[in-house]
Design a protein around this ligand. Structure first.
Ligand code: ADP
Ligand code: MG
Length: 284
């Protein structure tokens, strides 16, 4: 089971003076169960790429396979793919419109012709997966919730479809630090406690470092770098050259090392940094 992209090219506004090559020669495979980060500047092609993964858009050139099935073959196939691949758009809370949280989360499953009992189960499960207590939240108006909570409700709406792959486009954009942490912690738990494949799209190095196992760096529509989180962050100079930078703790550890501290450079979190600095201090 996997998502595979083969020689993907995507062009906007073909045949006009505004022609833009958004994706160029993309080859990648996302394996079932993994936690992948896709990172890049604004305009690097992230959103375009993930919209190909559930058949929302068709590549100009190349092929996408979901579980070895070619995407876009026929309508039935597209419907199945949209159940398999759940896409949470940027600012998904703008799409909340029902008067209760329950109704909003039930919206997708209602189109699947399920029994009302099954819909209840799915709504409850999805809301609990994003950290709510079903009884406390189900009858609330989405509009009375905080920004982070609204976003979690929107994510629950996608989870209620029980996708195998969950793709989140900039899920922390525009949230305050508390909202960001709330969302990231929930996503982390979600991946840990389920067999779901999670693809996190972000331009934030801090967010990506905390969560993912493998990173794809998009730059000007191409895969510029590709490796485990530690491999990518050990190339701080190249990341800086393309204007992405590294998480602050990676930066600090790099500086300490340059200044003669004996420390391991492969540090991604503040906790790891603390342990490493304490060790170095004890040695001195
Ligand atoms: P990202 O999500 O990384 O910010 P996008 O996939 O949105 O990148 O954009 C990739 C490129 O495609 C950019 O150059 C952007 O300007 C262009 N682009 C995106 N959407 C459209 C569109 N609807 N029409 C024309 N060009 C677009
Ligand atoms: Mg985008």
């Amino acid at each position: 089971m996997s998502i595979k992209a083969e020689n993907i090219e995507y062009v906007y506004s073909e045949g006009t003076p505004f022609r833009t090559i958004a994706l160029d020669n993309i080859n990648l495979k996302i394996n079932e169960g993994e936690f992948l980060g896709i990172i890049g500047h604004t305009g690097s092609g992230k959103s375009t790429l993930i919209q190909l993964f559930n058949g929302l858009e068709k590549p100009t050139q190349g092929k996408i396979f979901i579980n070895d099935e070619l995407v876009g073959e026929n309508k039935k196939n597209l419907k199945d793919i949209r159940k398999t691949v759940g896409l949470v758009f940027q600012y998904p809370e703008y799409q909340l419109f029902e008067e209760t949280v329950y109704k909003d989360v039930a919206f997708g499953p209602l189109n699947l012709e399920l029994s009302s009992q099954e819909i209840d189960e799915r709504v409850k499960e999805a809301l609990e997966l994003v950290g709510f207590r079903y009884q406390d939240i189900k009858d609330k108006s989405p509009f009375d919730l905080s920004g982070g909570q609204k976003r979690r409700v929107a994510i629950a709406g996608v989870l209620a479809m029980r996708p195998k792959y969950l793709i989140l486009d900039e899920p922390t954009a525009g949230l305050d630090p508390m909202g960001r942490n709330e969302i990231l912690d929930q996503i982390k738990k979600l991946h840990k406690n389920s067999s779901m494949t999670v693809i996190l799209v972000s331009h934030s190095m801090e967010d990506i470092a905390r969560l993912v196992q493998r990173i794809i760096v998009l730059y000007k529509g191409k895969i510029h770098m590709h490796g485990t989180t530690k491999e990518i962050y050990s190339q701080a100079e190249e990341l800086k050259r393309i204007g992405l930078g590294v998480p602050q703790v990676v930066e600090i550890m790099g500086e300490l090392q340059k200044n003669g501290f004996e420390i391991n450079k492969n540090i991604l979190t503040v906790e790891e940094a603390k342990q490493e600095i304490l060790k170095a201090l004890r040695r001195n």
